[in-house]
Design a protein around this ligand. Sequence first.
Ligand code: HEC
Ligand code: HEC
Length: 386
Amino acid sequence: MQETHQIYVWSKVTRLFHWGLAASFVTTIISAEFENALLIHISAGATMGILLFLRIIWGFTGPKYSQFANFDFNLKDLFWYFANFFKDRRLFVGHNPAASWATFLLIVLGIGTTFTGWLLLGANEVRGLWAFLAQYDNLASKLLNYHIWGKNAMCIVAAIHVLGATFEHFWHKTFIINSMLTGFKKAPLHVKGIEPTKAQNILGMGFLILAFITGVGVWKWSESPLIGAHPNLVYYHEEFPEYAKECSSCHVLMPPFVLTKKSWEVVLSDPKNHFFEDITKKVPNLEKIKEYIFKNSAQTSYSELSRGVVKSSKNRNVYRVTRTRYWKDVHSAIPRSVFEHPLIKSKSNCDACHNNFGVDNYIKDEDISLKALGVLESIKIYLKIK
Ligand code: HEC
Ligand code: HEC
């Protein structure tokens, strides 16, 4: 048995990087299950992306064992590591071969996944810097595939990493999990620990603070051009008060982008029989309103709903959003009984579950709210548990 002593290998900055990454990654995974937790998701995702990016710089500027130069990327060593996994082995002072590869893969995959996430925010949600991507057909679904593929690959690497570390900790009794908490690790007698310089401490702390500010910033400036709702936001009560008022006298205002022009033409063709109601009295400005609605119907919008409605109304006139394939798919996890709830009443009562519905031309994920239901029932719907 080799003689050993405890030495300092993981500086405070390196440990905070590690646990910051772990926490933000787990947060992105959980929040992704909840449609209305988008802001939490992108806040944690941005933090993770920045941490990973800065971890690269730290890999050139940090203390010895955090530097990539000190990593063991030799494939022979990796093979040896796994081949001798169950035997007694030599101690690795810094990153063992498996941890070296895990760190490398997590950095590459993590940055790729974060970046596709940002692009996806544009292509799918029509938000932020990349909102213009929404005009390209099918790009959103491609990006979503890459995003999920990257996430799955990260989960696999992380799972192997966690299993390996747990095994080392308990089977080989190297207690490496403690080392990521305290910074101290068992090492052969001749090996000396690190002494981070003042400059390294300041730089590293600066990096961590920057990542923290990024996360909070996403939250605080969720309307900034980098991630905010699309740039041509229209408030109906400002742009066209007669429409906002008259068309919301019986139900929540149905924005023009929820139906195609052809469908609208039918819905508004006979004001004496609008879903068996006579709207002539309540909507004196119908002609002007029709013009406005036709001009701003679903074809002119790249919103997620419009794209879905246009796609699913091909060659057919659908007179209700709720009859479109897209609407049905998106709401498929909601049991029929929910729409009969006294506070919801009908599928068409969009604002019962979507705050601010009909106020502007954007349906925000964060505005989804199942406030009429209990917490448990809501969670079941979000997690699509039938
Ligand atoms: C006199 C009352 C009344 C007025 C005013 C009115 N509607 Fe309606 N509207 C109805 C009723 C009733 C329904 C059917 C609702 C249901 O079955 O849940 C309906 C349904 C709709 C739907 C279908 C909703 C769905 O399920 O997808 C659209 C779209 C719509 N109205 C648009 C308009 C527009 C635009 C205006 C203004 C020009 C307007 N409505 C004014 C009574 C009205
Ligand atoms: C019973 C509550 C409820 C009602 C009523 C309802 N929705 Fe939803 N809606 C939800 C929930 C919950 C989700 C998120 C589903 C999920 O987890 O994927 C959702 C998702 C959506 C999305 C996708 C959001 C996105 O950006 O991914 C759109 C668009 C949408 N609803 C539009 C509508 C419209 C339009 C109406 C009215 C015709 C409506 N909803 C009525 C609960 C409701």
